[in-house]
Write a protein that binds this ligand. Structure first.
Ligand code: FES
Length: 358
């Protein structure tokens, strides 16, 4: 069950003009709770002018070995979003020694280290979870290989430049790095221009044996992920080998920052929810999501973006039927197995039952 704890900021490192990495101290008694699978994220919470704000940031540090102690520190990457309440606060105000409210790790865009060949196509801050995935894999699976294709605007705006170069130095035979800059002039010597579907369809087979890649990890803005998915499908890659995490959905409505203020329409059914071992049944008002209905009664229900992007509100649909507005977080296997995003779900049947613990 996801929980918030106050964690001390150990370091704030400036990565680029508009991005920082926050390193958080994990006290010994919480290290098991903050053990993460590479690729997961942390939701950070703060209250500003009486409003609660939550945002998720991916963990970039490698995951500890399962038979060792939990992590002493976790590091997340934060990129400034224009008008973003949390990213502006993180960039301009957070200092070492401050305390932040941090949820335990969540997210299913993950890779448990295993022998094989893996590849990623990332854009901008999409490097963050993939850095954790690649580092953990190369450190823990001696025969595994990883190919990282990253797209950024300019070299100066590229996050974790040194960390990626470091992987190349440490694992020269098993780590392949290709950087494409969309706005850089030709003098850098790096490939430039946009990574669209046609370009990827030509580039990927030239870089690696596409059919022999065990897992593809796509992370970044919506447009890049859709282009990469189409390119891979066109090259014959099975859908089950493609994992995607969208960082930004340009057409998305702004996520709501608080559960307060939900328009109270007439009740149109009930939701029964199991959360942290306790269950309750409550009315669902017309137009509200199942998450909003649960939050009015159980403020500890897990969520972060409320926009169908982060997957923090994932729950198992035990009974009834729902309609999801949108889903950029759950993989097809998860929806087929019965999981839904509570923040996007509206009841189709009079009674719906969710299990957040499963
Ligand atoms: S809270 Fe992020 S997908 Fe539902």
């Amino acid at each position: 069950m996801a929980r918030f704890h106050r964690l001390r900021v150990a370091a704030v490192d400036r990565l680029t003009e508009d991005a920082v990495a926050l390193t958080l101290d994990i006290p010994p008694d919480l290290r098991e709770e903050y053990r993460h699978t590479p690729g997961q994220h942390l939701a950070l919470r703060r209250t500003e002018d009486g409003r609660e704000i939550r945002r998720t940031y991916s963990i970039c540090s490698p995951a500890p070995a399962p038979d060792g102690a939990g992590p002493r520190h976790l590091r997340v990457g934060v990129r400034l979003v224009a008008g973003g309440a949390f990213s502006t606060y993180a960039m301009k105000q957070v200092e070492p020694g401050d305390f932040l409210e941090v949820m335990t790790p969540a997210g299913s865009f993950t890779l448990e280290p295993a022998p094989g060949r893996y590849a990623a196509v990332v854009g901008g801050s999409g490097i963050t979870p993939v850095l954790s995935i690649a580092t953990t894999l190369l450190e823990r699976a001696p025969d595994a290989r990883f190919c990282l294709i990253r797209s950024d605007r300019t070299a100066a705006s590229t996050m974790f430049l040194e960390e990626a170069a470091d992987l190349k130095d440490r694992f020269p035979d098993r780590f392949q790095l290709v950087t494409v800059l969309s706005r850089e002039d030709i003098q850098t010597g790096l490939p430039s221009g946009r990574l669209d579907r046609e370009r990827l369809a030509g580039l990927l087979p030239a870089l690696l044996p596409v059919a022999r890649v065990d897992g593809w990890f796509l992370c970044g803005p919506y447009g890049l992920i859709r282009s990469a998915e189409r390119a891979l499908r066109g090259l014959g890659v099975r859908r089950s080998r493609i994992h995607a995490e969208i960082f930004r959905v340009d057409s998305a409505p702004a996520p709501s920052d608080s559960s307060e203020g939900a328009a109270p329409g007439p009740a149109r059914g009930t939701v029964t929810a199991r959360l942290d071992g306790r269950s309750g049944t409550w009315p669902v008002r017309d137009g509200e999501s199942l998450l909003e209905a649960v939050l009015r009664n159980r403020p500890d229900a897990p969520y972060a973006c409320k926009g169908g992007v982060c997957g923090t509100c994932r729950a198992y649909l035990v009974a009834g039927d729902v309609r999801m507005d949108r889903n950029f977080a759950l993989e097809r296997e998860e929806t087929e197995a019965g999981y839904v995003l509570a923040c996007q779900s509206h009841p189709v049947t009079e009674r719906v039952e969710l299990d957040f613990d499963r």
